[in-house]
Design a protein around this ligand. Structure first.
Ligand SMILES: *[C@@H]1O[C@H](CO)[C@@H](O)[C@H](O)[C@H]1NC(C)=O
Ligand SMILES: *[C@@H]1O[C@H](CO)[C@@H](O)[C@H](O)[C@H]1NC(C)=O
Ligand SMILES: *[C@@H]1O[C@H](CO)[C@@H](O)[C@H](O)[C@H]1NC(C)=O
Ligand SMILES: *[C@@H]1O[C@H](CO)[C@@H](O)[C@H](O)[C@H]1NC(C)=O
Ligand SMILES: *[C@@H]1O[C@H](CO)[C@@H](O)[C@H](O)[C@H]1NC(C)=O
Ligand SMILES: *[C@@H]1O[C@H](CO)[C@@H](O)[C@H](O)[C@H]1NC(C)=O
Length: 448
């Protein structure tokens, strides 16, 4: 637990020597989680999910017990939610400053933190990811059902940590491969809750996915056309891409899961090669996202201690072992789970516009194939212009339980690229206000 005397941490300065440059970082007391540590998911084996919780900075003045709790799940498979925490949406983010030609890592407050008015919980999911503990590699989930089973236990354990958590509305969010995790835990909760006594239910109020992979075979079919119309590839390359995409789709149809995953990687690898882009996560970027800063920061024994992590834990931004365990899961669709979810709770799908991996076109490709009674109305709904502080931020399309947001000026890591706008989006969506207000259907002139 993060119960280390705060005095010690207050002006803690950590110096590393890493090849040519040194990293100096401070961990101010405000940057420490309200609570952090482990949520055991298997008492027999000792496997446990690591969590870091940040209480709302301005909690609900009416009552804390009504302040929403937002849970964040990173993608991968196998990437740590500490990237989300310290690089995307957490209250303090790692950044680098150059002083006398030496790069220093420092923490800076995030003006767009998602814990401004909500409690924010980061989970390293599944076990084996980030600081989470997998007693044996065999215990690491190999499919979404196993992922959801562990997450359900972990979330219940978290809620039990504090009596005030019990009544708080819970929103589960995540990015990228969490386009699989978010539906699978949502589906699991919605199926399980009715069979549990009220006191044991998870108070789920909504789910949100950023730049998600959800229906992979449909999504992998979009890259050639998307990048062709962006002017990044020519007709001949488009044909080559389409061939590679077809291989991934056919292998998926055949249930040849592992090869299908590799075939998708080939599509993306080929695209990266022929375009020469620094990263497919954002076609505008001259260099990749710097989530490696988080990895360097969390290697520090003092930081680990402050987070309640055993110093012997080796932090990896993304775990190859977990990646391997879920390798055959990658191309499996969870669209049917989303179809069930949207009938039962609200769902937000948002994408940074400049992502070439799981961007707008990619997500819309499966949304329009969804089996949901509200789909026709959703597809017919106005695409509203969305402004934050008077400035164009993107577009919101909403019908009933389904909201879709295009975030302008953002790639795969939306909160990194548009911190304040991402905060406005999540707050307004959770609270059903502004662009996300529940529209009263206009009464016809009959009752005039
Ligand atoms: C806990 O571990 C035991 C032994 O590996 C296994 O039989 C059991 O299914 C596990 N429980 C959960 C919830 O994963
Ligand atoms: C609670 O009140 C404080 C002080 O007036 C304000 O700054 C904060 O935004 C309020 N919190 C919410 C959630 O409205
Ligand atoms: C605060 O709580 C009230 C109910 O007491 C609820 O209606 C409102 O949405 C909550 N607001 C926030 C910002 O959590
Ligand atoms: C999977 O596809 C590969 C070609 O990529 C093929 O060689 C292999 O036999 C297939 N495996 C199964 C079980 O169908
Ligand atoms: C940290 O992990 C090591 C190796 O697994 C173990 O021997 C040690 O007891 C642990 N320390 C704490 C404080 O849990
Ligand atoms: C939206 O969710 C609610 C439950 O919150 C459900 O009653 C309603 O039928 C859903 N709407 C549609 C169109 O599926």
């Amino acid at each position: 637990m993060a119960s280390t005397p705060l005095k010690l941490l207050l002006f803690l300065t950590l110096i590393h020597h890493l090849q040519s440059h040194s990293l100096a970082s401070t961990l101010p007391k405000e940057a420490l989680p309200t609570k952090s540590g482990y949520l055991p998911v298997n008492s027999t084996t000792g496997s446990a999910i690591f969590y870091a919780f940040y209480e709302a900075q301005n909690p609900n003045n009416t009552s804390l017990s009504e302040t929403p709790l937002v849970i964040w799940l990173q993608g991968g498979p196998g990437c740590s939610s500490m990237t989300g925490n310290f690089y995307e949406l957490g209250p303090w983010r790692v950044t680098a400053s150059v002083k006398q030609n030496v790069e220093h890592l420092t923490l800076e407050p995030n003006p767009g933190s998602w814990n401004r008015i909500f409690g924010l919980l980061f989970l390293d999911n599944p076990i084996g990811t980030g600081f989470s503990i997998a007693s044996t590699p065999e215990e690491i989930p190999r499919d979404q059902h196993a992922v959801a089973r562990h997450l359900f236990i972990a979330i219940r354990k978290f809620i039990a940590l504090d009596p005030s958590f019990k009544s708080r509305p819970i929103y589960i969010t995540g990015e990228s491969y969490a386009g699989k995790y978010v539906p699978s835990i949502g589906y699991y909760i919605l199926k399980k809750n009715p069979r549990l006594p009220v006191s044991k239910r998870i108070n789920l109020h909504g789910l949100a996915i950023g730049n998600g992979l959800t229906d992979p075979a449909t999504q992998v079919a979009t890259h050639a056309l998307h990048t062709y119309y962006l002017g990044l590839i020519n007709e001949k390359q488009k044909t080559q891409m389409e061939k590679l995409q077809t291989v991934a789709i056919e292998l998926t149809k055949a249930g040849n899961w592992s090869d299908a995953t590799d075939a998708r990687s080939e599509v993306l690898g080929f695209l990266e090669g022929i375009t020469g882009l620094a990263t497919l996560y954002d076609f505008r970027r001259q260099s990749p996202y710097r989530s490696d800063w988080v990895e360097d920061f969390l290697k520090d024994p003092e930081v680990k201690k402050a987070l309640g992590v055993n110093e012997s834990m080796v932090f990896e931004g993304c775990s190859d072992v977990v990646g391997a365990a879920l390798h055959a899961d990658v191309m499996k669709s969870v669209k049917y789970m989303v179809e069930f979810i949207v009938k039962n709770t609200k769902l937000l799908l948002y994408q940074g516009q400049c992502d070439l991996r799981d961007g707008v076109v990619s997500v819309e490709s499966w949304v329009k194939k969804m089996k949901w009674e509200g789909l026709e109305k959703f597809l017919d709904a106005e695409k509203d212009i969305w402004r934050v502080n008077g400035v164009l931020a993107g577009y919101v399309q909403k019908w009933d339980n389904l909201s879709h947001v295009v975030v302008l000026g953002a790639g795969h890591f939306v909160p990194t690229d548009q911190d304040v706008n991402s905060q406005a989006m999540i707050e307004d969506w959770v609270l059903d206000r502004d662009s996300f207000a529940i529209k009263k259907i206009k009464k016809l002139s009959a009752d005039r």
